[in-house]
Design a protein around this ligand. Structure first.
Ligand SMILES: [Mn+2]
Length: 353
């Protein structure tokens, strides 16, 4: 059996964010195409105060027995219950519940509950003398890694502690709440199916749990919009545009986008460092981006210095060559070459504009 899991759709109205609805239509198509029988929402179907079950339900008409929708309410879905829906294929989980998969490994579904820990919720349903083999699916903050947090809503939501994992030993943990797709050992954040804003970048995906192999796989999702947010450092040069082009193309290649996805890009490009003519380089960058099919972009140059001093320009080029030499290697825990170049330009041009 294959179970698809998504989370953090944050639906508003269809007029305001049609892309958040359209991606769910695509998700249903993907599920049917891949022989997936269950589609599980791990919380936050709705955004802030928007809560329109009828509109959500309209996306899942005529599902028949092919696809069953399971909803775990998140911290934004208060009050959601089976009474909210008329479609019998949609089921809302309001209490911790076991989900049978036909194998000896079950899914433990824990809906969001404020002012509790996820571990307490697991303990409530777990028989103390019997060690269950299970996959935990829920909505909240994984506290085992401090580097990830939810920019969308500060605070701590039904936290899962490393001690909880040690105690209950779920074979996998699949969570909603953090919108960035992320995996840390056995803990996986599904990520929002469609980027909500410029901080939720790149191609989006959903998770498929295969009950036979007990494996987790990510499957790409087709979205109306793909956010990209790049920061590029430059130094004064007669061809600053090609400097931007090289760095931009290098970053874009990592996104693995198809040519038809280019027109879906919503780009924020922040230029930092120093330019010999910042308004000219901004203008030429916009033109070039348009030529390669990226029309929806904003270029930020607030932190870009402007200086055409000829001596400093030569110094800047020498510094940049040094930074690009093998001596400075990009590796984890160290500043990137981009950051070093930015700092070097700040040092070189600071206070001399
Ligand atoms: Mn949430």
């Amino acid at each position: 059996m294959k179970i698809a899991i998504t989370a953090d759709c944050h639906l508003t109205t269809r007029e305001k964010n049609p892309e958040r609805y359209n991606v769910l239509i695509n998700l249903v198509k993907e599920c049917k195409h891949s022989g997936i029988e269950h589609l599980l929402f791990a919380g936050d179907i709705f955004d802030q105060d928007t809560n329109n079950p009828a509109l959500f339900e309209s996306l899942f008409q005529n599902l028949g027995d092919d696809l069953h929708i399971i909803i775990l309410p998140g911290n934004h879905d208060a009050g959601l219950s089976n009474r909210s829906f008329t479609n019998p294929s949609i089921r809302v989980i309001t209490q911790p519940e076991w989900f049978e998969t036909g194998t000896s490994t079950r899914l433990l579904l824990i809906p969001y509950k404020g002012l509790t820990n996820m571990g307490d919720q697991v303990a409530e349903i777990m028989t103390p003398e019997k060690m269950e083999r299970f996959v935990l699916v829920s909505h909240g903050d994984w506290l085992g890694n401090k580097n990830i947090r939810n920019n969308y809503e500060p605070g701590t939501y039904m936290p899962l502690l490393a001690a909880d994992i040690n105690q209950f030993q779920p074979i996998q943990v699949i969570l909603g709440h953090i919108h960035i797709p992320y995996s840390d050992g056995r803990v996986h954040y599904v990520g929002s199916p469609c980027g909500l804003d410029i901080t939720e970048t790149g191609q989006r995906s959903f998770v498929v749990y295969d009950t036979t192999s007990e494996s987790i796989k990510r499957q790409p999702l087709d979205t109306d919009v793909i956010f990209l947010n790049y920061k590029i450092a430059i130094f004064p040069h007669d061809d600053e545009l090609s400097m931007i082009q090289t760095k931009f193309n290098r970053q874009l290649a990592k996104e693995n986008l198809t040519p038809s996805q280019l027109e879906k890009i919503k780009l924020r490009l922040e230029l930092i460092g120093c330019s010999q003519n910042k308004s000219a380089v901004k203008e030429s960058a916009i033109l070039w981006l348009r030529q390669i099919g990226i029309t929806n972009c904003e270029i930020l140059t607030d932190s870009l210095r402007n200086n055409d001093d000829i001596v400093l320009k030569q110094l800047a080029e020498m510094v940049s060559i040094k930074i690009n030499s093998e001596f400075f290697l990009d590796s984890a825990g160290f500043p990137t070459k981009e950051e070093i170049l930015h700092q070097a330009m700040e040092t070189l041009y600071g206070g001399r504009q």
